[in-house]
Design a protein around this ligand. Structure first.
Ligand code: HEC
Length: 131
């Protein structure tokens, strides 16, 4: 009688880890995908920029405006965003502004996030870089 009482002592512990390793794998996958999504493009540091348009492009002045993440600091693009060295020379200034406002394809729309002066600054910087 007293022997039987201890027979299942390890029973409930047996599977305790399989659930948590699944949760770990899910968390790791989430962290990895967030890291991939947010770090696609390089950012030019503030102390290497003097142009106000380049500041905005690099996400340093207007919150929520972060073109570099998809188009890279140098504008040559990443897997998330087009190479602007190829696009900008084919676009008029109003077409660049239209793209920023409306977001073609997989690009988000930035309408309402930039005032006229900021929009002009970013367009002028892109134009000066890729003519
Ligand atoms: C989430 C990623 C992403 C962000 C952020 C982003 N873009 Fe784009 N952009 C794209 C993609 C993708 C395209 C290509 C769209 C297509 O032609 O299908 C594109 C295209 C463009 C084009 C070319 C449009 C054309 O008609 O050829 C310009 C110019 C441009 N982006 C400028 C910007 C600027 C300036 C910013 C910041 C205000 C910005 N993008 C932010 C993804 C992004």
């Amino acid at each position: 009688m007293p022997v039987r009482a201890g027979a299942n002592r390890l029973g409930p512990m047996k599977n305790a880890n399989s659930g948590s390793s699944l949760r770990f794998a899910a968390a790791a996958a989430l962290v990895l995908s967030v890291a991939l999504l947010s770090c696609a493009g390089k950012q030019t540091p503030r102390d290497r920029i003097t142009d106000p348009g380049e500041m905005i492009y690099n996400g340093l002045t207007v919150s929520g405006v972060d073109c570099y993440k998809c188009h890279n600091a140098d504008g040559t693009g990443t897997w998330r965003g087009a190479n602007l060295a190829e696009r900008v020379p084919k676009l008029t200034d109003p077409a660049i502004e239209k793209a920023i406002n409306e977001g073609p394809g997989m690009m988000p729309a930035f309408k309402g996030k930039l005032d006229a002066q900021q929009m002009a600054a970013i367009t002028t910087w892109l134009r000066g870089r890729f003519h």
